[in-house]
Design a protein around this ligand. Structure first.
Ligand code: IPM
Ligand code: MG
Length: 365
């Protein structure tokens, strides 16, 4: 039994409605296992821009720093801030949290539930047995490299983005992936574009060097275009995939389809800071704000709920409780309940709240 401080940043679009269900599930865990989760809500994204003048305020950053973990919904998706000339971006909240809190390792596990094998666009026989973990570098690369701007020239505009990685940045994320592979099937696939990019050639060199410290782990290199193909051709051949920021962003949207829907995929963003309970981290569904379905009871809360499970596992060392959430989700999906994104003939489609309630009640037992 313990007391854990969680910052709740629900954000925009479907963020608040899926986080509400994740909180409900956390409450069920608290009741069943006798923990106390102290939840403090704060604004991020569009709501924060309107009320506080920035996508995330200094006060909210401080709240996050004081917390044991952050549960994050989604930001962005408002046409007011989407234009190419928009000065302020809701996404800045995420970028600042990731960078300022040094959350360089983004873990995105993909293990399709048996009951959902037919919900995927990929054939069930290809999916069967898939269990992979993408480790995405989150605080470097082209997301943060400077310069990044549009420049006016006499011939029209030029635009530049900068893809830069230091050896140290590559080394720590590759190490993280090898450490994680140790407790899994002991295989790391390092993904790059070494036939084109200098940053990828350095990436490969560093990955090879790190691998010499882990003789029990098999390292393979794959070019990102080839990886995109193999992910849907032979997904079961992957164990841990480690890659740079933007490749990881793209590959995980693709890989989410293995699980049937983006609405199923949780993520954990970790650094090195430790709290009294474990590793400090930020937990968020990978799906984003989906403004087109917000407020209609169509959003799938499972990615947010599974993100809460990752929080219990990585930040609070509550393994049994994390397992209980994951088992409850699997049970409800196996019982035939689906949200709109997983609509299937013969299955019962329920709303966001009802899905959260079913999972919470299963945990309460
Ligand atoms: C993700 C998202 C973000 C990213 C967006 C919202 C900026 O797509 O977490 O995968 O690109 O990192
Ligand atoms: Mg993404």
């Amino acid at each position: 039994m313990g007391t854990y401080a969680i910052a709740i940043l629900a954000g925009d679009g479907i963020g608040p409605e899926v986080i509400e269900q994740a909180v409900r599930v956390l409450q069920a865990v608290a009741d069943r296992y006798g923990h106390i989760f102290t939840l403090t809500e704060a604004l991020v994204g569009v709501a924060a821009i309107d009320a506080e003048g920035d996508a995330i305020s200094d006060a909210t950053m401080e709240l996050c720093q004081r917390s044991d973990a952050i549960l994050f919904g989604a930001v962005g998706g408002s046409p007011r801030f989407e234009g190419p000339d928009s000065k302020i971006q809701p996404e800045r909240a995420l970028f600042r949290l990731r960078k300022d809190l040094a959350l360089y390792a983004n873990l995105r596990p993909i293990r399709p539930f048996k009951a959902l094998l037919n919900a995927s666009t990929i054939k069930a026989e290809i999916l069967q047995g898939t269990d992979l973990l993408v480790v995405r570098e989150l605080t470097g690369g082209i997301y943060y490299g400077k310069p990044s701007e549009i420049r006016e020239t006499p011939q029209g505009c030029d635009a530049i983005d900068t893809l830069i990685y230091s050896e140290a940045e590559i080394e720590r994320i590759v190490r993280t992936s090898f450490e994680l592979a140790r407790d899994r099937r002991k295989k790391v696939t390092s993904v790059d574009k070494a036939n084109v990019l200098s940053s990828s050639r350095l990436w490969r060199r560093v990955a090879d060097r790190v691998a010499t410290n882990y003789p029990e782990i098999a390292l393979e290199h794959l070019l990102v275009d080839s990886c995109a193909m193999h992910l849907i051709r032979r997904p079961t051949s992957f164990d841990v995939i480690v890659t740079e920021n933007m490749f990881g962003d793209i590959l995980t949207d693709e890989a989410s389809m293995l699980a049937g829907s983006m609405g199923m995929l949780p993520s954990a963003s970790l650094g090195v800071r430790r709290t009294d309970h474990g590793l400090f981290g930020l937990y968020e569904p990978i799906h984003g704000s989906a403004p087109d379905i917000a407020g209609q009871e169509k959003a799938n809360p499972i990615a947010a709920i599974l993100s809460a499970a990752l929080m219990l596992r990585y930040s609070f060392n509550l393994k049994q409780e994390a397992d209980a959430i994951e088992a409850a989700v699997e049970r409800i999906v196996e019982a035939g309940y689906r949200t709109e994104d997983l609509r299937e003939a013969g299955k019962e489609v329920v709303g966001t709240k009802e899905m959260g309630r079913l999972i919470a009640e299963t945990i309460r037992g």
